[in-house]
Design a protein around this ligand. Structure first.
Ligand code: C2O
Ligand code: CU
Ligand code: CU
Length: 496
């Protein structure tokens, strides 16, 4: 085993030079060329027969991320990415999704508590030219969730090309709090996605063994589809709702002048109280809701700092550091010269959370995350069996876990590998009880649908299963590094 790993390290050394030559993510002033910040279009659907109806088209497109270079993409009602859908808690929504891609796809509602049949996972394939129309009542609290492709073994490739969008849920709790809330004005959604490009402008997806192993890491970061844009702030108090929509990259977000911001929400909505921070880590699929004060009129950059990735000791740590996976780079410039004063504020109490006593959980479920290291990965045997949950790779015909509706379970998530894994569970917003041997920080105490577990770390989470059951159709739980998900680190959960 030792010797095999050593051989791989040797091979990777070479690959590292070949594939990660441009390892300095912006070794120049990326803001020199000014690019406009784009707000994803808001789409609120229309009310028909008491339902809020959305019409989506999965389509092919073309973008110009670099002047004069065309990039083939896919998107939803747009060439790249999709509109921000918006609806209220307790509303009945229906989404007609037409697939015009020329190949199969799916659309999954990430973070929603919803019937398994409507979930849009690998079992709800939308064939080319077909229309799929999931409908369900929105049960989630006010929050920013998202939607994306979830086709078996193809999630990484399809999301990378552009099949993702945001979904904002409102409710009275969120509107009674006087947070900045004008979409695109002082309530600004951000989708972060890193991408690699070939010289002709086309996207370059996974092409090497280390990329399969560590997930694809791009040399450019798109902010709502634009490389390092400049946002001209309209208000002095700005709320950013940020999704890490990257396949594999972690971010340690902060501002260039280290100014503090207030964390007001996580994946599943508002925290009980705001938390003052100057940096926050965001693993793939996670969201944060932050409010920053720009009343000094200065220009600042939102950046990602070094330290986003917990380095494991030994080979993996060396590889990941050496390949530029953990660097400091700029994401977005915010100019606030012309910003107007704001009547919004961050109250000291944001929301009430129910108290979940771990004693009411029905049991502890062990989840181990593992990956194959060494020569096994180089054999190129389809790349779909190198990642495991409880020793098994994803199988559409196997149920891995059965939970009972209206119960809580404690999941003990053990990472037995040298990489961090963000574990995501469908159809639930859970709470972290402990993580990597410590209590969750106040900023981690909210509702989440994804928990990051560091190398050899353990997370205890308290997971509710509510509202829906189905004895046949499973939900997924998986690592949200999409190359790991596609590589088998996914299991199937029935809620009965
Ligand atoms: Cu973001 Cu299984 O999904
Ligand atoms: Cu999901
Ligand atoms: Cu993983």
């Amino acid at each position: 085993m030792k010797r095999r790993n050593f051989l791989v390290a040797g091979a990777l050394g070479t690959a590292g030079v070949a594939f990660f030559g441009a390892k300095s993510l912006y070794s120049y002033d990326v803001f020199e060329e000014e690019r406009k910040f784009i707000v994803p279009p808001l789409y609120e659907g229309e009310i028909k027969d008491g339902k809020r109806v959305f019409n989506l088209n999965l389509q092919k497109g073309e973008m110009e991320f670099f002047k004069g270079l065309k990039t083939e993409t896919i998107g939803i009602n747009a060439p790249f990415l999709g509109p921000t859908l918006r609806a209220k808690k307790d509303e009945f929504i229906k989404v007609n999704i037409k697939n015009s891609l020329g190949y199969d796809s799916t659309i999954h509602w990430h973070g929603f508590e919803l019937p398994a049949k409507m979930d849009g996972g690998p079992h709800q394939i939308i064939k080319n030219e077909a229309i799929w129309s999931p409908e369900f009542v929105i049960k989630n609290r006010a929050s920013m969730l998202w939607y994306h492709s979830h086709l078996l073994h193809q999630t990484g490739a399809q999301v990378y090309k552009g099949l993702a969008g945001l979904f904002i849920i409102d409710e009275d709790e969120s509107t009674s709090v006087n947070l900045p809330s004008e979409y695109g004005v002082d309530d600004i959604p951000i989708v972060l996605q890193d991408r690699n490009f070939n010289n002709d402008g086309s996207f370059r997806y996974v092409s090497s063994m280390p990329e399969k192993m560590m997930g694809i890491h791009g040399n450019y970061v798109l902010v709502n589809g634009v490389i390092a844009p400049t946002l001209k702030a309209k208000k002095r108090l700005i709320r950013f709702r940020i999704l890490n929509g990257s396949n594999a990259r972690y971010y340690l977000l902060g501002f260039s002048d280290h100014r503090k911001f207030k964390l007001v929400g996580s994946d599943g909505g508002l925290l009980e109280k705001p938390v003052s921070l100057n940096q926050i880590k965001l693993a793939p699929a996670q969201r944060v809701d932050i409010v920053v004060d720009m009343s000094d009129g200065k220009d600042v950059a939102l950046k990602s700092y070094k330290g986003a990735l917990k380095q494991s000791r030994g080979m993996m740590g060396m590889m990941m550091g050496g390949m530029g996976f953990d660097m400091e780079f700029d994401l977005l410039k915010v100019e606030s010269k012309g910003a107007k004063s704001s009547s919004a504020e961050v109250p000291s109490d944001l929301a009430k959370h129910p108290v979940w006593d771990p004693k009411i959980a029905v049991g502890v479920r062990n989840i181990t995350l593992q990956m194959r290291m060494g020569m096994g990965m180089m054999s190129g045997d389809g790349g779909d069996d190198n990642f495991f949950i409880n020793g098994k790779s994803m199988d559409m015909n196997r149920i891995d876990a059965i939970a009972k509706k209206d119960t809580f379970e404690i999941w003990k998530v053990m990472n037995k590998s040298p990489m961090s894994h963000p574990l995501h569970i469908h159809n639930t917003q859970f709470k972290i009880l402990s993580i990597n041997g410590r209590q969750p920080y106040p900023g981690e105490a909210g509702f989440v649908d994804t928990v990051n577990v560091d190398p050899m770390g353990i997370a205890y989470i308290m997971v509710p299963f509510r509202y829906y059951s189905d004895s046949k159709v499973p939900y997924m739980f998986h690592c949200h590094i999409l190359e790991h998900e596609d590589g088998g680190m996914m299991g199937q959960l029935l809620v009965v």
